[in-house]
Design a protein around this ligand. Structure first.
Ligand code: PLP
Length: 455
């Protein structure tokens, strides 16, 4: 009877989820929620006795779904995509149902092997060199929770490899904050190298000419430069750092080169973007968030490393309760112990959409971004701040910055569109990212209507 109950309820839940996805475009992308709304709707004390399924279903319908910001909504154009495709949802159901904790090969042979396989699939899909494939090298990818989780591990390993006493790392002022946040937590110094407006890319890459001097100064001051990050697709404006030059400088100084390709890495699944990805031959590690443009849902950040031994040397411990295995134990290659099965989502998604399906979603977003780009270009109240490279548009109102600030303020008040305002060179910019699997041309026109009329 228990299992029947599970079946019936879960069927009903899937119905609710399917309806939610089917009708998502007809609701507002942002909720009406006010701070502390939940405690007015749900008791602050835990239920002493079981709550009926009907009550929970009603809570899903009336409380849980409506009070979310809807990241799958076509009018969600903020930050970056966090697409949860149906195979990803299926993978998560199966992962939770089996719920093995794959810290070692024998703790879950399937989980370990599937993760190695799927990391190799992903690396091949993005055209990565063989030295990031498990099958062909000592390197390869692991499915971590987030870019921050990956970088925390990598920064520890980079210090360990160099036996550095006073580590210092290098980022640009456009590098996502997770890197310096991890460095701060580990007690490392972070040097922020300024970006500049580059006429060729019309974007804000790191001013790499300033990097050698910064490193030299730190060495003279008795610090240990160990790590630099080049970003392939920055958060503010999808700028591409001069990774090749950063890599050469890293090589000369025996430093770790990390590539943060959290968002734009997945675009490499489409070969037409690969010419933008230069300098991978210098990379010790690359992080791509499959939770973003790949459609796997949060959390699934793939951390590729050139040699897994670097991780093992740093993190392998030998407690009595772990069977010693000569083969691969993924839990011994990371700081945390337990490991969730995050590869099932990749397996289901790539199997059911095929590489061509993955490419289609990315290409569709890029095409839709171009349509919006043209609408903005044809309105002389606006100007672009950077050149579009992927599916992100960064623009402002011409003239006084106050106009853009006010427009961002007005857009933020809207519940029917979710956009982000940020800053470049201290000036406000509007940032629109094509994010939803359900995004169609009509939503592009709707977004433009809202922005143009508020402007
Ligand atoms: N890197 C870039 C370029 C990002 O835009 C983001 C978040 O959007 C991150 C890293 C951080 O990702 P995570 O939340 O997985 O740590």
């Amino acid at each position: 009877a228990r299992i029947d109950k599970f079946k019936n309820q879960t069927h009903e839940l899937i119905e609710q989820v399917a309806e939610y996805h089917k009708n998502i475009a007809s609701i507002n992308v942002k909720p009406d929620a006010k701070r502390n709304f939940l405690r007015k709707l749900v008791s602050s004390t835990p239920p002493a006795e079981p709550v009926g399924w009907e009550t929970i279903q009603a809570q899903i319908k009336d409380i849980i779904i409506p009070n979310n910001s809807h990241w799958q909504h076509p009018m969600y154009m903020s930050w970056f995509p966090s697409i949860s495709t149906w195979p990803a949802i299926q993978g998560e159901i199966l992962s939770r149902s089996i719920n093995a904790i794959g810290f070692s090969w024998d703790s879950s042979p399937l989980q370990t092997e599937l993760e190695l396989l799927c990391a190799d699939w992903y690396a091949q899909m993005m055209g990565f060199p063989d030295y990031f494939l498990h099958e062909k090298s000592p390197g390869g990818g692991m499915a971590m929770t987030s870019a921050g989780d990956s970088v925390l591990n990598l920064l520890i390993v980079a210090r360990h490899r160099r036996n550095a006493k006073k580590p210092v790392i290098y980022v640009s002022d456009q590098t996502h904050v997770h890197i310096s946040k991890c460095a701060k937590a580990l007690g490392y110094e972070t040097r922020v190298i300024p970006s500049y407006f580059d006429e060729i890319s019309q974007n804000y890459p790191m001013n790499v000419s300033l990097l050698p001097l910064a490193i030299k100064k730190d060495i003279e001051a008795g610090l240990d430069p160990i790590f630099a990050c080049g970003t392939f697709g920055t958060t503010n404006s999808t700028a591409i750092d001069p990774i090749q030059q950063i890599g050469q400088i890293c090589k000369e100084n025996n430093m770790w080169l990390h590539i943060d390709a959290a968002y734009a890495g997945s675009a490499l699944v489409c070969p037409e973007f690969r010419h933008l990805f230069k300098g991978v031959e210098y990379a010790d590690s690359i992080v791509v968030n499959a939770s973003k443009w790949m459609g796997l849902g949060f959390c699934a950040s793939y951390m590729f490393i050139r040699d897994k031994k670097w991780l093992g040397d740093c993190f392998t411990m030998d407690p009595d309760y772990l069977r010693k295995s000569d083969d691969i134990d993924l839990g011994s290659l990371q700081l945390a112990f337990g490991r969730d099965n995050r590869a099932l989502r990749m397996f289901f998604y790539v199997s059911q959409y095929g590489v061509s399906g993955v490419q289609s979603m990315i290409r569709k977003h890029v095409e839709l971004a171009k349509i919006l780009e043209n609408l903005i270009k044809n309105d002389d109240r606006f100007e672009f701040c950077t050149k579009r490279e992927f599916a992100l548009l960064v623009f402002r109102m011409k003239g006084d910055d106050q106009k853009t600030t006010e427009l961002i303020g007005k857009l933020k008040e809207r519940k029917d569109i979710f956009v982000l305002g940020t800053k470049l060179e201290g000036r406000p910019v509007i940032r629109l990212s094509m994010n939803s699997e359900y995004l169609e041309e009509e939503h592009i026109h709707r977004a433009w209507e809202i922005i143009a009329s508020l402007a």
